[in-house]
Design a protein around this ligand. Sequence first.
Ligand SMILES: Cc1cc2nc3c(=O)[nH]c(=O)nc-3n(C[C@H](O)[C@H](O)[C@H](O)COP(=O)(O)OP(=O)(O)OC[C@H]3O[C@@H](n4cnc5c(N)ncnc54)[C@H](O)[C@@H]3O)c2cc1C
Length: 486
Amino acid sequence: MKSIVIGSGFGGIAAALRLRAKSHDVTLIEKQPDLGGRARVFRRNGFIFDGGPTVITAPYLINELFELFQKDPKDYIKLSPLKIWYQFIFEDKSKFNYSGNETEMKNQIEKLSYEDVKGYEELVNFTKKIFDKGFTELADIPFDNPFVMMRQLPALLKLKSYKSVYSLVSTYIKNEKLRRVLSMHPLLVGGNPFTTTSIYGLILYLEKKWGIHYTMGGTGNIIKGFEKLMNETGIKIVKGNEVIKINSNNNKITGVKLKNHTNIDADNVICNADPPGIYEKLLNESKNRSFLFKWKKKRMEYSMGLFVYYFGTKKIYNNVEHHTIKFGNKYEDHLEDIFNKKKLNNDISYYLHRPSATDKSMAPEGNDCFYVLVPVPNNQSGIDWHIEGEKMKNLVVDKMEKDLMPNLKANIVEDFYLTPDYFENDLNTKFGSGFSIQPKFTQSAYFRFHNKSEVYNGLYFVGAGTHPGAGVPGVLSSAKVLDKIL
Ligand SMILES: Cc1cc2nc3c(=O)[nH]c(=O)nc-3n(C[C@H](O)[C@H](O)[C@H](O)COP(=O)(O)OP(=O)(O)OC[C@H]3O[C@@H](n4cnc5c(N)ncnc54)[C@H](O)[C@@H]3O)c2cc1C
């Protein structure tokens, strides 16, 4: 069986490996000159900048790809658990160290709001129930017919999936700071906590179950380990060549055409690239006859865009934790502006990554390595990033200087940034969204782009835009769905 995988994000690589383990003849094709997609690595003057994912959860999903070939993952990657998972900073400069240490968690909760300790315990118990259903049971099953969805509806309603994550958390927690901390998880997969279905509350429990990890050498080292494994197992890798057409005959996929005009035949094409772009640009859109499918695609709502500023400093900021999340004052309004009104707001919230807090090899000796991520509107906004990019950089540097990094501007020795334009033009993501379509209830499971195309035979999807959704555990699970359908 000949299978082609388009795209080398975590989902694409996992699909290639899983199909190879089933003896498929696999070719992986990547537009960029290097592998990883959102997890690509940028190296600048001794600094190693992981492009995207930094919080590694559910490591078993990574390990089992090596184990498929009886390899020991430790020969390829070194995962290290973190003690403090996130340090949250509020506008009044107070801090909350979020971790897997339940005693320390409860002590801090008690200081903020005594009555919320019990609510926290009840919330964790409830998210376990969501996790058991939404992750353990449903993350890697194919939702390719409506009956599978209908069978799950009673259980999903019982788990209050009609509520948003923020609203679910608020039923247990009174303190506003704690509400923000305990409901922020949808942001990690491209959703607004105020509108994302409470099913995504499962991430809170998923982190507690397996912890939060860092890969020594950076997340890019996982991709490097996978590339070695793919070479050892005979997967053909084509880099720096874009698929410009998926060939088909009477709705049966027959192969792909590359930008260099080569045609490659295949029995199956597995797309790791963003599904809407695949349907619109690589396939004959007029053949997508189903009215229902057209309607579903048209009404899709896309996740926010990301502004990511990578920088190295000649000063070491020992006061900055590995992962920091700073909430702006008008947090909810800011998210409303980004997700719905599609406009910028100066009262930003941001996530700051400092891998050199754990791993000195990420920066030259005596230097520190960072990226800061600011959620921004996706490109449906019409924002001109050639103008706004520099302004956003100055805004976030000013904020970080005031919040926790004195004299930052004067200490930056290396920097560059990416905007939604990069995600749209370089990674082929519709509207340059950071995480494909949003994780809303009406865009989850059966309502998402199906793992087995509802339009073409021999066409499959893995990655953020398909079931179960974005985030490294999500896209690795999407490749597990393939095991059941291909
Ligand atoms: C800044 C940032 C931080 C994040 N942080 C975290 C985190 O801490 N933890 C976490 O779990 N998740 C995180 N995420 C989310 C996570 O990184 C993504 O959901 C996941 O990596 C997406 O993987 P994917 O399989 O969907 O493929 P992608 O990474 O989207 O890769 C798709 C690939 O397809 C290629 N491609 C597209 N079109 C074509 C074509 N026509 N021909 C050939 N190749 C093509 C693209 O070049 C790209 O390489 C983060 C994301 C971002 C952007």
